[in-house]
Design a protein around this ligand. Structure first.
Ligand code: HAM
Length: 405
C-alpha cells in the first residue's frame, strides 16, 4: 500500500530513539551555555522577508535562491527563518534588551537547498549571540565555546578554521583590487558570478563553482589594516593560551554578508561534502544596520543535525523502570495503585491497560525494555506484596510496594 501523505523532501521525522539523544546532548549543552552566562531565547518561525535581505545580503546564495518566502493573506512578504542571527538581533532591539547580552537559542531553520547527506531543508541551529562587547577575548571566548560544545558532543575529526575578513573599510580597499582581478577573468566565471561580481565581488570567492578555480586571487588578509591585523592576532593569542587548536584559513569568507573581522568554521572529517558542523564570527555592523545604535557583536551556530551525524552516536529507546502485570480485576486495581505511587516517585512505569493474558503482558514488558516486572495475583494480593522479576536475570522475589527500589 502506497502512503498518500509523506514528509516533504529535505525534512525529517525525529523519532523517539533520536530524540533521546537530542535531549541528552541538549541537556549537556544547556549546562555549558549556562556556565558561560548565556540565557535562552526563542524567536518566531517567520519574519519579514526584508529583515533577512537586509542582514544576510541580497547577493548571497541564501537570499538569492534558498529562502522559503511567501505572501501572507495580508499581502506581506514573509520568510521562514534561514538563520537565527538576524531574528535574535531584531528581538534584542525590539525588546530594548540592555547590552551586554549573551543570548543562546535552539531553533529550526529553513533553506531550500538540494538535500543530501547532512543537508536538509529544515534543520536545527544551536547558536549564541554575544551582543554589546568588542574585545579579542570575547571573540576568542565564543570560538572556544563553539569548539568546546562540538568536542562535548563527541564530534569526530574536528578542525577549527579561522580568518579575519576585515572591517568594512578594509574590504572597500580590497574590493577594488579583487574587482580588477575578476574583471580580467570574467569570461571564465559562472553566470551567477558574472552578474553579482560588480555588486559583491567577495561572494565570487565563496562560489561553489568558481571559488576553487580562483586560487591565485588576491587575499583579503593581505589588505587588512594594521588595527584589524593586530585585533586578529590577539584573538589567536587567546586561543593559543586557552589551548584551542586552530588553523588560519586565509580563504575562509563565510556565506553571509554581515561578518566583520573574525570569521570561523568548525569542520568534521566524519561528514561528506557538507563538512561544516558550525560557523560564526563577529558582526559589528548588523545591529546598526537593523536600526539600532552602533553595537558590536559576535556569535556562532552549530548545525545540530550535522553534529549528530558527525558524532556517530546511536539513538536509543528510554527503558522502563517497571512494568506491572496482573491476574484478575482486583489485582488490576491494585496494579494501578502501585503504578501511581511509582510514578509519583518519578519512576518510569507502565501497565497493560487492556486486559490480556499474563503471557502477553510479559511480552509487552519485554518489548518496552522494562528493568523489572511487578506481578500481582491472588497470592500477592493476600500477602500485600508484589512479585518482582528482574527481567535480565529472571530472578524473582516478593516485596511490599513501599520497598521497591
Ligand atoms: P551558517 O554557516 O549559515 O551560519 O550555518 C551554521 C551551520 O548550520 C553550518 O555550519 C551547518 O552546520 C548548518 N547548516 C547550514 N545549512 C544547513 C542545511 N541545509 N542542513 C543542515 N545543516 C545546515 C549562520 O547561519 C549564522 N547565523 C551563524 C552565526 C551566528 N554567526 C553569528 N552568529
Amino acid at each position: 500500500m502506497g502512503l498518500k501523505y509523506t514528509k516533504i523532501k529535505g525534512t525529517r521525522d525525529i523519532l523517539p530513539e533520536e530524540y533521546s539523544l537530542w535531549r541528552e546532548l541538549l541537556e549537556r549543552a544547556f549546562k555549558i551555555l549556562r556556565s558561560y552566562g548565556y540565557n535562552f531565547i526563542v524567536t518566531p518561525t517567520f519574519e519579514r522577508t526584508e529583515l533577512f535581505i537586509r542582514s544576510i545580503g541580497d547577493t548571497t546564495d541564501i537570499v538569492e535562491k534558498e529562502m522559503y518566502t511567501f505572501t501572507d493573506r495580508g499581502g506581506r512578504s514573509l520568510t521562514l527563518r534561514p538563520e537565527g542571527t538576524a531574528p535574535v538581533v531584531r528581538a534584542y532591539l525590539e525588546n530594548h534588551l540592555i547590552p551586554p547580552q549573551k543570548l543562546a537559542y535552539f531553533m529550526n531553520m529553513f533553506r531550500a537547498e538540494r538535500p543530501q547527506k547532512g543537508r536538509f531543508r529544515e534543520f536545527w541551529h544551536l547558536g549564541v549571540e554575544f551582543i554589546g562587547v568588542r574585545d579579542p577575548s570575547a571573540d576568542a571566548e565564543v570560538v572556544e565555546l563553539a569548539y568546546r560544545l562540538v568536542h562535548e558532543f563527541g564530534v569526530k575529526e574536528i578542525k577549527l578554521e579561522i580568518n579575519s575578513i576585515g572591517t568594512v573599510e578594509d574590504r572597500k580597499r580590497y574590493r577594488e583590487v579583487l574587482l580588477d582581478y575578476l574583471r580580467a577573468r570574467k569570461d571564465e566565471l559562472c553566470e551567477d558570478c558574472r552578474r553579482r561580481m560588480e555588486r559583491n565581488p567577495l561572494r565570487v570567492l565563496d562560489c561553489k563553482i568558481d571559488g576553487p578555480k580562483l586560487l591565485d586571487a588576491p587575499l583579503l588578509t593581505d589588505y587588512l589594516s594594521q588595527a584589524s591585523k593586530s585585533y586578529f592576532e590577539d584573538v589567536l593569542e587567546y586561543l593559543r593560551r586557552w589551548g584551542v587548536p586552530f588553523e588560519v584559513n586565509k580563504r575562509l569568507v563565510r556565506g553571509l554578508d554581515y561578518y566583520t573581522e573574525t570569521a570561523f568554521e568548525i569542520k568534521s572529517g566524519a561528514l561528506g561534502a557538507q563538512d561544516s558542523v558550525g560557523g560564526g564570527g563577529r558582526y559589528d555592523g548588523l545591529v546598526e544596520e537593523l536600526g539600532g545604535p552602533p553595537t558590536p557583536a559576535v556569535g556562532f551556530a552549530l548545525g545540530f543535525d550535522r553534529v549528530l551525524i558527525a558524532s556517530g552516536l546511536q539513538g536509543y529507546r528510554e527503558p522502563l523502570d517497571y512494568f506491572i502485570a496482573y491476574l484478575g480485576d482486583e489485582a488490576r486495581e491494585k496494579g494501578f495503585e502501585v503504578l501511581q505511587a511509582l510514578r509519583k516517585r518519578g519512576k518510569r512505569a507502565e501497565i497493560s491497560h487492556e486486559k490480556k493474558s499474563l503471557k502477553s503482558q510479559m511480552k509487552l514488558a519485554d518489548r518496552l525494555g522494562a528493568r523489572y516486572a511487578l506481578i500481582i495475583g491472588d497470592e500477592e494480593l493476600a500477602r500485600g506484596v508484589v512479585k518482582v522479576r528482574d527481567m535480565e536475570t529472571g530472578e524473582e522475589k516478593f516485596l511490599k510496594p513501599s520497598e521497591l527500589p
